[in-house]
Write a protein that binds this ligand. Structure first.
Ligand SMILES: Nc1ncnc2c1ncn2[C@@H]1O[C@H](COP(=O)(O)OP(=O)(O)OP(=O)(O)O)[C@@H](O)[C@H]1O
Ligand SMILES: [Mg+2]
Length: 272
């Protein structure tokens, strides 16, 4: 009998609590992402973070990225090592493109900051713009793009940086159905380029989350005595799509288990 594969920890969010303006937002929140493995295949991680509006998803993302400090708790990176500033890439809800640079200029400067030569940055930017359906928009400035185009450009800009851990806040908002499918496919493809690559996607789109990810984390508030969710939030449910046979399979969304799980998670939102 072969020895069980030891799970390699990639991101370990430990006992995070944070209070903002007197409101206890997150309490004792744990979230651990391990290296998912498939024999003979390079398999990165795609996790989705779901939860009601205002529950604390963006705040948690900011804490993981090192942009905000929690009142208590730690965030550790690969093999339990502290995360250094710049280890984590972030795509925010509000598109952090440089306004005075063109789309292609934004991508190329992100590549330069990551040590790519001008020629490498140029060809990578061209490839990403093509994959995101933005080739004809490269010379425009961010203000000249639609919301969905800006969203795709911001994701492409982060992909120039090749971070092992990439956090994306609402990357699927404002995309039409075809663009949504393309962005999901591309993110999954990027994740699987390296065994340690790890995407954490915040989204309200349960279906997109189920298609893209191997694990879902549902954030919810603690219930009061009457059962009403009013307290600080933590991870209330983890859905392991690998264990359910619904990960890494493009046809999974057509299976009845997928639809049942989608409905089940939607129902959960009534109690979070
Ligand atoms: N400075 C502040 N003072 C008090 N409360 C704050 C402050 N900043 C944020 N909050 C509260 O923290 C909570 C979490 O906000 P956050 O932006 O993380 O929510 P979210 O889960 O990302 O929501 P959405 O899905 O709408 O983006 C909210 O209820 C918000 O009102
Ligand atoms: Mg948010």
């Amino acid at each position: 009998m072969s020895a069980p594969i030891k799970e390699r920890v990639i991101l370990d969010v430990q006992s995070i609590s944070i209070t903002l303006g007197g409101n206890h937002i997150l309490h004792d929140l744990d979230l651990r992402i391990v290296d998912r493995q498939r024999p003979g295949q390079v398999t990165g991680q795609v996790s989705a973070l779901l939860g009601p509006s205002g529950v604390g998803k963006t705040r948690l993302l900011r804490i993981i990225a090192g942009l905000d400090s929690p009142n208590a708790g730690n965030v550790k990176g690969i093999d339990g090592k502290p995360l250094a500033a710049g280890d984590v890439g972030v795509v925010f809800q509000n598109y952090p493109l440089l306004r005075h640079r063109t789309v292609v200029g934004n991508l190329e400067s992100a590549g330069h900051m990551n040590g790519l030569s001008s020629a490498e940055a140029k060809s990578k930017a061209e490839m990403l713009l093509d994959r995101f359906g933005l080739s004809a928009r490269g010379k425009l400035y961010p203000a000249q793009l639609s919301g969905g185009q800006r969203q795709r450009a911001a994701i492409a800009q982060q992909l120039m940086k090749q971070k092992t851990i990439l956090l994306l806040d609402e990357p699927f908002s404002g995309l039409d159905p075809a663009a949504l499918g393309d962005v999901i496919r591309l993110l999954v493809e990027v994740a699987h380029m390296d065994e340690l690559n790890t995407l954490v996607i915040i989204t309200h789109d349960i279906r997109a989350a189920l298609i893209a990810s191997d694990t879902l984390y549902l954030l919810g508030r603690a219930p009061d005595a009457a059962g009403k969710p009013t307290g600080p939030a933590k991870v209330r449910r983890i859905v392991d799509l690998v264990a359910m046979g619904l990960a890494w399979d493009e046809t999974a969304e057509h299976r009845p288990e997928f639809t049942a799980l989608e409905r089940d998670i939607k129902d959960d939102f009534r109690h979070l």
